[in-house]
Design a protein around this ligand. Structure first.
Ligand code: FES
Length: 125
């Protein structure tokens, strides 16, 4: 059912946990199952220097957040927004059709985090 890459990211997730003093936080939920993910970013000069996540969800959701956070590091915010859940699904070697929505939650957490960052920046002006 799950690829070896999904199983590896689920059993040994990269970048899992809460971040101290993040520059941005994005929360997203899956209406299909009620699970949630929270993404934390450190951002310097418009570039994501660190990313961590906490996901309350299934193996597909945890593997998707793990892969997403790996990809986000070193990206500009504009580049980060271009990464789609299907890019991550491909890098995971695929997900069962019924589990694609779990990867959408990770993509939405990125968008929410960038929105949060923009709001924080606007307040600092
Ligand atoms: Fe809820 Fe996968 S079933 S995130």
């Amino acid at each position: 059912m799950y690829t070896e890459t999904v199983i590896q990211h689920f059993t040994n997730p990269h970048n899992s946990g809460v971040m101290e003093n993040p520059d941005a936080v994005g929360v997203a939920g899956s209406p299909e199952c009620g699970d949630t993910t929270t993404l934390y970013l450190k951002i310097k000069d418009g570039v994501i220097t660190d990313a961590k996540f906490q996901t309350f969800g299934c193996a597909a959701a945890i593997a998707s957040s793990s892969m997403f956070t790996d990809l986000l590091k070193g990206k500009t915010l504009a580049e980060a927004l271009k990464i789609t859940n299907m890019d991550v699904v491909k890098m995971l070697g695929g997900l069962p059709d019924a589990k694609i929505h779990c990867s959408v939650m990770a993509e939405e957490s990125v968008k929410a985090a960038v929105d949060d960052y923009m709001t924080r920046q606007a307040k600092n002006i």
